[in-house]
Ligand binder design. Structure first.
Ligand SMILES: [Zn+2]
Length: 341
């Protein structure tokens, strides 16, 4: 069975012995909270900052096995037609919003999208006149890329010069990486002074995550090696020499769908992440076609739940409790000034 359609269950908050320190705050105490069926690791939650992490951390080969080729989409498309167009429109709007912060820094700015996938965002930045780069461990096979592609899995492997970029984007990527602290340190090195880091991750401390518990859509175990809390991400950035300038807890792309799919995941009759499956074109679950009854159930429930989910997402956004969070941080002048001990 595909990994992401396996069930996740809660385990009693048992203290973990001898686990590695929290990469966000350095805290040494954590409790085991969630487990994916059949997985060796648990999600251990830091008792200081509330960030969750896979414990023990899977090795590189095991992590690679979490990403079947279909994960990246077939033929350059990850969703069905209308959904695809919506995603493209949102990506273009996102590039305009992120670059609006940067215009005072100059012309022909250099931007890097880490884990850029097939390069949608890189393309949007190129269209805006940026010198746009992307890194990707699984680059698109057809060779068409709307910018400069660096085919690496680990950022440090790309060997960028110091102060190479004006903007670095980590869009729903940091939670997939085994060494988030090392990645943020490397980004600080390659950013120009006054450069910005824009980072979006699911919000483990928000209302959606807390309401849904093991049913939370954005857990995406075991691919999400970390579940960042607001406090954890702020601490990670500040302790690496970044000033957090802006935080945003409303995402039309992540939050309403997260509510709907998490609610559906709480219904035992329905397959976990079944709606997400229906909307995806890629065959991530070969041989597991959904019957018509369950398809109809999923779609009609989703139609009923969507207006409620949009309303909840707006309220949660205002309350800074959204299912996803975005932070834009400015690179401070001294590297890792207040590095953790
Ligand atoms: Zn912590």
């Amino acid at each position: 069975m595909a990994l992401y359609s396996r069930n996740v269950h809660s385990i009693a908050d048992a203290p973990r012995d001898g686990s590695t320190p929290c990469p966000c705050c350095g805290g040494r105490e954590s409790v085991a909270r969630l487990q994916l069926d059949g997985a060796n690791s648990v999600v251990a939650v830091c008792t200081t900052c509330g960030t969750g992490r896979c414990d023990p951390m899977p090795g590189p080969d095991e992590i690679a096995s979490f990403y079947p080729p279909a994960y990246y989409g077939a033929g350059g498309q990850k969703f069905t037609g209308p959904m695809e167009r919506v995603v493209r429109l949102m990506t273009s709007r996102q590039a305009r919003r992120l670059s609006a912060d940067l215009r005072p820094l100059g012309d022909r700015l250099r931007v890097l999208d880490i884990g850029c996938g097939r390069g949608d965002l890189v393309g949007s930045f190129s269209a805006l006149g940026f010198d746009a780069h992307g890194t990707e461990i699984a680059p698109p096979p057809d060779g068409e890329f709307p910018g400069t592609l660096h085919a690496v899995g680990d950022l440090a492997e790309a060997g960028f010069d110091e102060e190479s970029f004006d903007l670095v984007v980590l869009w729903h990527v940091l939670e997939h990486l085994a060494d988030p602290r090392g990645t943020i340190e490397e980004i600080h090195r390659i950013l120009a002074p006054e450069g910005r880091l824009a980072i979006a991750v699911p919000n483990f401390s928000g209302w959606q995550a807390r309401w849904a518990g093991p049913s939370w859509f954005h857990l995406d175990l075991p691919r999400h090696l970390f579940q960042f809390s607001r406090r954890g991400l702020e601490t990670l950035l500040r302790s690496n020499g970044f000033d957090v300038e802006r935080e945003d807890y409303f995402s039309l792309r992540q939050n309403p769908f997260g509510w709907v799919q998490s609610a559906l995941n709480r219904i035992n009759l329905l397959p976990r992440n079944g709606l997400y499956d229906l909307l995806q074109r890629g065959e991530t679950r070969p041989g597991e076609r959904l019957g018509w009854t369950r398809r109809l159930m999923l779609l009609s429930l989703a139609a009923l739940l969507t207006p409620i989910a949009v309303g909840l997402s707006v309220v949660a956004g205002f309350a800074e409790q959204g299912g996803a969070m975005t932070m834009v941080a400015r690179r401070g002048s001294s590297a890792a000034a207040s590095r953790l001990e």
